[in-house]
Write a protein that binds this ligand. Structure first.
Ligand code: PSU
Ligand code: MN
Length: 301
């Protein structure tokens, strides 16, 4: 038996057939500093409710797989020290041993699917790291998108990554990459990249219809919806470029590797942009939550 623990709100939504949107928790524990992490998580949940859906923030706490966190649980997770960062490889061991851990995109997709939730909002997915040709550092998020049937709304892949290689791998894995309302794939803190979007959709209804058709055809895997950051909150690529380069050089000099790479880079970029990257990250997650709620509502109807 999987020790699933539904929040009261998510349990009620399941009983009534209301739309539910999954949210990850690594962005809370490893992606943003306290207290902005908890404030953002609350705002994102409120955005989803305002759009007519129910938020289900996912995390492993004390050996239970939580589908939706109560307010005090979210507070506790946001301030906890040394929380594990869980992906497909380690989520089962963490639950089995009674541990506590935050779920990445990959682990959140697994949990959402177990709970029969079809739509999930995050900031940016993991992908192919720069230098992957020697480090082999490719996020498990990409393989999860290829096998677990959840539509993930993100602002693209984080711009610290090698974006062309990330989208090549997604193409190889047969993952539909949909740009929302534009022709290029967004680049996380910036709305545009040089990479043409394989698919473009302009309404939540189209995205929901494509999700349903994949299910009807028995195609494994999910869809990646890339949603551009609102213009007012974007950071131009030319501002970010030297900052990302410096953070990457520091990570290499300090020998940062494996799971620590993404949190290290996000933390340094936050410092080097004097907080501007965090403000942008908050804005884009909220924007993704609103679109995910619209897709979930369209799927529920
Ligand atoms: N989106 C954000 N901030 C984050 C993440 C996503 O805005 O911190 C997290 C997600 O949990 C994603 C993870 O799965 O970063 C990628 O980590 P890695 O590169 O180690 O696979
Ligand atoms: Mn990695």
């Amino acid at each position: 038996m999987i020790p699933l623990q539904y929040s009261a709100e998510v349990a009620a939504a399941r009983a009534s057939g209301a739309a539910v949107v999954a949210l990850e928790s690594t962005i809370i524990t490893h992606g943003m500093p306290f207290p902005q992490n908890v404030e953002t998580a609350r705002l994102v949940e409120a955005d989803i409710r305002a759009a007519g859906a129910v938020p289900a923030t996912i995390a492993v706490m004390g050996g239970k797989l939580h589908i939706g966190l109560e307010a005090d649980e979210l507070d506790a997770l946001g301030q906890a020290e040394g929380v594990a960062k869980l992906s497909r490889a380690d989520i089962a061991a963490c639950i089995a041993s009674g541990g506590t851990g935050a779920t990445t995109v990959a682990a959140t997709m697994i949990a959402a699917h177990l709970a029969d939730i079809h739509v999930f909002a995050t900031g940016g997915i993991g992908g192919v790291h720069r230098g992957a040709e020697t480090s082999f550092d490719i996020s498990a998020d990409l393989h999860e998108l290829a096998q677990t049937p959840v539509t993930v709304v993100a602002a693209g892949a984080k711009a610290i990554l090698d974006l062309p290689k990330t989208f090549e791998v997604l193409e190889t894995l047969g993952v539909p990459v949909i740009a929302f309302g534009q022709d290029s794939i967004p680049a996380f803190w910036s709305a545009q990249s040089d990479i043409p979007a394989p698919l473009r959709m302009d309404t939540a209804a189209e995205i929901a219809a494509a999700h349903k058709m994949r299910a009807a055809m028995g195609l494994s895997g999910g869809q990646l919806v890339t949603n551009p950051i609102p213009d007012a909150d974007a950071i131009p690529a030319e501002v970010l470029h030297p900052i990302i380069a410096r953070a990457l050089a520091e990570a290499e000099a300090q020998g940062v590797s494996a799971k620590a790479v993404t949190p290290f880079l996000l933390g340094r970029i936050f410092e080097l942009t004097e907080g501007r990257s965090l403000a942008a990250n908050i804005a884009l997650v909220r924007n993704n939550a609103r679109l995910a709620a619209q897709i979930a509502v369209a799927l529920a109807n």
